[in-house]
Write a protein that binds this ligand. Structure first.
Ligand SMILES: Cc1cc2nc3c(=O)[nH]c(=O)nc-3n(C[C@H](O)[C@H](O)[C@H](O)COP(=O)(O)OP(=O)(O)OC[C@H]3O[C@@H](n4cnc5c(N)ncnc54)[C@H](O)[C@@H]3O)c2cc1C
Ligand code: FES
Length: 1277
């Protein structure tokens, strides 16, 4: 990496601004717009935006900004505030210069998206002082601006190479010495490889002749992955980035020649810029390449990845190779000792990642010919996620037609259907000589069926889907060419109906927008209720925020885990001797080194910390290697040899049910009414089975801890965890020392979502064993793939149901059995199942219900807490059967929802009355805000005119119970110190993980003490400040710690009261000083218990419930399963919000994360259904294969309202919890997709209900739409 950037000016996020001296406008806008929650992703977003601004002449468009940010992932925010923040830099428009524009409905819209309510409604907040009314804002700096010629002029005044208007005055300037830098040849030896960087062609060819096995490196996006994740060893690396012949881009008489080392961005810029110079008909191949590049990775990858790298990798799912083959591209190849040769693209790909290139050869350039009149090239790609994802199937197709529309030439190529990019020569032959028309296409479809046939069980799976995509792409090609031909040649007339146009339309997504509605506090003295910014926002946007792995510890060693590679096996032997020989290794530690208890577990101690004799899942920890660096430790850990004797493994829920492999200690059940009798009395009955997948937490900061042995057998630990106290407890027990010797601290964590509640404990404990043994500090930081493989996920479920109902749609009885994939240990599976069962009523009153839960004991890593904690799964099952009830009665799902929806005071199926039940208020408001009826009619109208794109709309609800269901956990402590300068330091037991807890607690403390918000500070969470704290989980932290902070503040305020009454107008500091002089204690410990709750099994397991409703509208491509959300409206009940901006962030973030669970994120485990994956291994173990939502997946129009007049008497300042409750609102997107499928199915002659598993991936959606086979497509012609 250091070698690759030689001669370059590297600017990091710290280099553009900081919290003390001033933030860069990019940082400042993000901070003020609430665009940073946990902050771990934030520097990446800042630098993407910064580089866009620096590389854009004038100001970028909103679309450019969205495209630029789509390569950055955020798991917290739901992206909307980030996009809003940066759109302040977008190209000027009449409305973006001043911050306020009058909305047509009479409301006031601010540029950050917040809406001031229309007259007559309660007020709303606008946010950020930059946005003073009427102030002119520079579109590029986002700052108030006096320039009367805003936009490009303001942005392009250039001085010393820096665009003045574009950047702040402290903008880093490109160093003068680097301007004069002339790259020279380099040969830099490293510890494992030597890096050569030739700068001439003879030098490059000479090096390759000298080192035939040397690895050439272009952008390193493929080689880097091979070295990091596949542990490839390349002793000689040769950079091909500085050889002029490989960098040239030339327009020749009959086409374009691009050097193999040109980056994809450069190629895009060249090809897309030719339209002004060259007749359009010649550019068809280039348009296809640009079309493919639009969805090729993210812009960070495109900026460095080279075309040569993509070609030579020879990946069967390369996006560009099929288009190059179809276009008739030709590759020039050179070697020192032979004459240059030219190879047509269609002959270059020989096998799986095997290309026609000898060891001494180099790919020099690529020639892509112009297209001729009536020659058309088109590109196709379907991935799991549109943005930044590798293809499932990809294709390039070309046809050249004579004047009388006879096919003269055809080029058809596919990726993703075989071990290499293939040319469909039979399809080509079928087309050549045919008159362009339906008959030709029918023959081509027959040929594709014969030629492209992915067998069931092929690597990558999805055989039926991939085969159907191959045919669909050909079908779309035919449609697209026919429409274009008609436009180009008046003599040609296609005969398709108006509704077929939808097969031709390409995916087009306008920039998204968001609006948020919330009420503002009524009194100016209120601090609680204001949309204060996240307390750490400024240090997060500037990269100064410290996470666990950033904590400098002198002499710190690094740990790497030795884990099981078998799902179920006896350990025959473990031999670390090779590992111990690696220089820099300090030792190997396993169960023999545990001084205390090797068993652990949050509920039952049923897990071994280090496996002793048997392993029960892939990824189970067997030992730990400690080395001087992480790389040394990881390399050595791979050398530890473990011999196994394999045992039969249970790898799916279905297997576990069949084998009755359940955790016997758990018996979860809810019984209400007389279910058997009720079934006899109801009009109708349905029964069946549903399935929903799990979900990876994908917190951006991986699991990390540092353990520092101290004097006197004390231990200091920094851990990225939501449960500091339980970590200290587990480590103490492991080491056999009292808890008072272990201090666990954290300042913040980079996201947790439940995944760092218990599954970080064993990581901390095994690191502690190593540190304890060595008496040295040891750090463990998991790689992303390791983290995903071993630390557990959201539980997947199968539910078996029987539902009885009357003809009016009223539910009479439900009999439900839920099976979850608990994994190889109990962990938190019992309370997660309890919550699933307790939420399996969703928002519907079910008078007779029997719900049973079974925890499947399986040979996969133990699954664990994840936002919602089983509740979303339970609610999903209710909505799934409700959908079926509606269909079977011929009614709309919303009718059935409304008929069964809870009313005030009704009892849940576990007997708790719903007090202040807001569900109907949320429901009615969302129906009205979303114009549901009108839009439903429009959707129907759209669908009747569109055969191949269908829209769907759905409105769903949520109800979420707030409390820990374990009684004793509903307690909290806080410690408040007031210092003599009037400043306040608060410490409480909760962990800041992006949810804004510390910000809210500062607001609560400031209000309670009557001091300015800015004077209250929270530094960290630590077990020696607040003991015995419950985990920050169950959405409970604001309620619990808010109560504890208020209690402590009240004690201090009471002590100060006499001084206040003596001098009512005196500043706080004077009152404090007087009290101090009188020796008044200015510190207090606060304590809070949730009143009245009983824990699960009692009469009042939940303190209260949160409610919400959402409406989503989607559009689905029937031929490919591609989809996007057009609009989502949410109404969420958060009581009187402590901080509406933070709460909206939770609602939006929760919705988008939930949408990921239900519509995108598919975990693929090696089991019977995925026989191509090693048994028990997680195939989707990184961002390359596991797709969380990006900024381009969020609703194009995203509207969030916080329900007004919904004060909650049961929590601090009448607020409500907000972390988990909005998560399930994402079901509206899932059921909208299902609604779109129903339309497609009806058009295909498929009536009635159908089952759609979650997540609704493109594969499942496409298959659900029916008519996937070639015969059906032929009928469409
Ligand atoms: C996050 C991410 C997303 C991606 N998304 C996509 C995607 O959407 N679609 C897709 O098709 N691919 C994708 N890829 C794969 C990869 O980025 C591309 O294949 C890329 O074009 C490789 O180019 P590179 O310059 O980085 O190759 P490198 O990693 O530098 O090299 C790749 C291979 O090419 C060889 N090579 C490079 N130059 C030459 C040369 N001149 N002569 C001979 N051999 C040479 C190298 O030796 C190596 O074997 C993605 C990769 C990542 C990491
Ligand atoms: S704020 Fe983006 S990952 Fe947390």
């Amino acid at each position: 990496m250091q070698y690759a950037v030689e001669g370059m000016h590297v600017i990091t996020v710290e280099g553009i601004g900081n919290a003390r001296d001033g933030l860069h406008p990019v940082q400042e806008r993000l901070s003020k717009a609430h665009g940073s929650q946990c902050g771990f992703c934030t520097p990446g977003f800042v630098m993407s935006m910064y580089s866009l601004l620096r590389n854009t002449r004038g100001s970028p468009t909103e679309l450019q900004i969205e495209e630029c940010l789509a390569g950055n992932l955020c798991r917290c925010t739901g992206y909307r505030p980030i996009l809003d923040a940066f759109k302040g830099f977008a190209q000027p428009s009449a409305t973006s210069y001043t911050r306020e524009t009058i909305r047509s409905d009479g409301g006031l819209e601010c540029a950050n998206g917040h809406i001031k309510e229309a007259k007559g409604e309660s007020g709303a907040m606008e946010n950020g002082k930059l946005e003073a009314s009427g102030v002119q804002i520079c579109p590029t700096t986002g700052q108030p601006c006096s320039c009367t010629k805003p936009g490009p002029l303001c942005a392009t005044s250039v001085k010393n190479g820096v665009e003045e208007g574009l950047m702040s005055s402290k903008e880093p300037i490109f160093p003068v010495e680097l301007r004069k830098h002339v790259p020279a040849s380099l040969a830099l030896p490293g510890t494992t490889s030597t890096w050569h960087r030739p700068v001439t062609m003879p030098e490059l060819l000479g090096l390759k002749a000298q080192h035939p096995s040397a690895k050439l490196v272009g952008g390193n996006t493929e080689v880097g992955i091979e070295m990091k994740f596949k542990h490839a060893d390349y002793p000689v690396l040769i950079a091909v980035t500085h050889v002029p012949e490989l960098k040239k881009m030339e327009v020749e008489d009959d086409g374009v020649r691009v050097g193999a080392s040109c980056t994809l961005t450069q190629i895009y810029q060249l090809l897309s810029g030719l339209a002004d110079e060259i007749p359009k008909y010649k550019l068809s191949a280039f348009e296809a390449i640009c079309g493919q590049l639009r969805w090729f990775a993210g812009h960070q990858i495109r900026n460095v990845a080279t075309l040569g790298g993509n070609i030579v990798t020879g990946s069967p799912i390369s996006d560009l190779n099929p288009v190059l083959i179809a276009s008739g591209a030709v590759f020039s190849i050179a070697a020192e000792s032979s004459v240059d040769r030219k190879v047509p693209a269609r002959a270059f790909f020989l096998g799986y990642r095997k290309v026609d290139l000898k060891p001494s050869e180099v790919l020099v350039d690529i020639f892509i010919p112009f297209t001729r009149r009536q020659e058309y090239v088109r590109e196709f790609k379907q991935a799991h996620r549109r943005e930044d994802d590798i293809a499932i199937v990809t294709a390039g197709m070309r046809v050249w037609l004579s004047d009388d529309f006879v096919v003269k030439e055809a080029g058809i190529s596919y990726g993703g259907v075989a071990a290499k990019t293939v040319t469909a020569s039979k399809v080509e032959q079928a087309l050549v000589g045919c008159l362009w028309g339906k008959e030709a296409m029918k023959m081509a479809l027959d040929a594709v069926k014969e030629e492209v046939c992915v067998p069931v069980g092929a690597p990558g799976g999805m055989a039926e889907f991939r085969n159907s995509l191959a045919a669909s792409f050909l079908f779309k090609f035919f449609m697209r060419v026919s429409y274009d031909l008609e436009a180009d040649s008046p003599a040609f007339k296609h005969t398709f109906g108006q509704d077929c146009q939808s097969a031709v339309e390409e995916f087009d997504r306008p920039p998204s927008c968001g609006t948020q509605y919330f009420a503002e506090p009524t009194s100016e003295f209120d601090i609680v209720g204001k949309p204060e910014r996240h307390r750490s926002a400024d240090v997060q946007v500037s990269g100064e925020a410290q996470y666990t792995d950033d904590i400098p510890v002198s002499g710190c060693l690094h740990a790497a885990l030795v884990t099981s590679s078998k799902p179920h096996a006896l350990i025959v032997s473990v031999d670390p001797s090779d590992a111990l020989l690696v220089p820099g290794v300090h030792g190997y530690f396993d169960h023999k080194h545990v001084p205390g208890n090797n068993m652990w577990g949050p509920i039952l101690h049923d897990e071994e910390l280090f496996a002793t004799e048997i392993v029960t899942c892939v990824g189970q920890v067997i030992g730990v290697i400690v080395g001087e660096t992480q790389a040394i430790a990881q390399r050595a850990a791979r050398l530890v040899s473990v011999e196994y004797d394999e045992l039969p493994a249970i790898l799916s829920i279905a297997d576990a049910i069949e084998a009755e492999s359940f955790f016997p200690s758990y018996r979860g059940q809810i019984d209400c009414g007389d279910v058997d009798k009720a079934f006899l009395d109801c009009d109708h009955e349905i029964s069946g089975e549903f399935e929903c997948g799990g979900q990876e937490h994908f917190y951006l900061e991986p699991q990390t801890c540092v353990v520092l042995p101290q004097e006197n057998e004390e231990l200091l630990m920094y851990a990225s965890t939501q449960a500091l106290y339980h970590h200290a407890e587990t480590v103490a027990e492991t080491l056999g020392i009292p808890i008072n010797k272990v201090v666990c601290k954290t300042k913040r964590i980079g996201g947790g979502f439940g995944g760092k509640e218990t599954r970080s404990e064993f990581l901390n404990a095994v690191t502690a064993v190593a540190a304890w043994s060595l008496r040295k500090p040891v750090r463990l930081c998991l790689d992303r793939d390791e983290d995903m493989k071993i630390t557990g996920q959201r539980h997947a479920f199968i539910a078996k149901y029987r539902v009885g109902f009357n003809k009016d749609g009223r539910i009479i009885a439900v009999d439900l059995k839920c099976y979850s994939n608990a994994g190889n240990s109990l962990d938190l599976s019992p309370p997660i199942m309890d919550r699933c069962l307790s939420h399996s009523d969703c928002t519907y009153r079910i008078p007779n219900m029997r719900a049973r839960g079974f925890l499947c004991k399986m040979n996969i890593p133990s699954n664990t807490a994840f936002r919602g904690f089983g509740g979303p799964q339970g609610m999903l099952f209710a909505d799934m059967w409700l959908d079926r009830v509606a269909l079977s009665l011929g009614k709309r799902p919303e009718e059935i929802r409304e008929v069964n929806m809870y009313c005030e005071g009704e009892l849940t199926h576990f007997g708790q009355p719903l007090e202040s039940c807001q569900i109907r208020s949320c429901w009615e408001e969302v129906l009205s805000r979303s114009d549901y009826e009108m839009r439903k009619a429009k959707v129907q109208e759209f669908n009747s005119n569109s055969r191949f794109k269908k829209r769907g709309i759905a409105v769903t609800t949520t109800k979420f119970g707030i409390a820990f269901t374990l009684y004793l956990m509903n307690q909290a402590g806080a410690l408040v110190h007031v210092y003599t300068d009037g400043s306040v330091l608060v410490t409480h037991g909760g962990v800041e993980m992006g949810q804004g807890l510390h910000t809210k607690m500062c607001q609560v403390a400031a209000q309670a003490l009557g001091v300015p918000f800015e004077t209250v500070h929270i530094s960290e969470t630590s077990t020696d400040k607040v003991a015995n704290a419950s985990p920050s989980a169950a959405s409970q932290s604001s309620d619990l710690y808010g109560g504890a902070v208020m209690d402590a503040c009240k004690q201090i305020a009471d002590r100060l009261a006499p001084y206040r009454s003596q001098s009512p107008d005196a500043p706080f500091v004077e009152i404090v000083k007087k009290a101090y002089a009188d020796r008044v204690d200015l510190s207090a410990h606060g304590f809070f218990i949730t009143p009245d709750v009983t824990g699960w099994g009692g009469k009042r397991p939940f303190n209260y419930f949160c409610y919400g409703a959402a409406c989503s509208e989607v559009e689905l491509d029937v031929l490919t399963g591609d989809w996007h959300i057009l609009r989502t409206d949410i109404v969420m009940d958060v009581g009187n919000p402590l901080n509406p901006a933070i709460d909206i962030g939770q609602v939006e973030g929760g919705f988008v994360q939930g949408m990921g669970w239900l519509c995108l994120e598919e975990l693929v485990w090696g089991d019977k259904a995925n026989a191509w994956v090693r048994p028990g291994h997680l195939q989707t173990c990184g961002p390359g294969t596991y797709k969380i939502p990006t900024a381009n997946d969020i609703p194009i129009d995203f509207r969030v309202s916080l329900l007004r007049n919904a004060a909650n008497p049961r929590a601090v300042h009448s607020s409500k919890a907000v972390g988990e409750p909005p998560f399930y609102l994402s079901a509206s997107a899932f059921f909208a997709l299902k609604d779109a499928c129903y339309s497609a199915r009806r058009a295909a002659g498929l009536e009635g209900w159908f089952d759609l598993k979650a997540p609704a991936t493109p594969e499942r959606l496409r298959l659900a739409c029916g008519r996937t086979d070639v015969e059906s497509l032929k009928e469409e012609l």
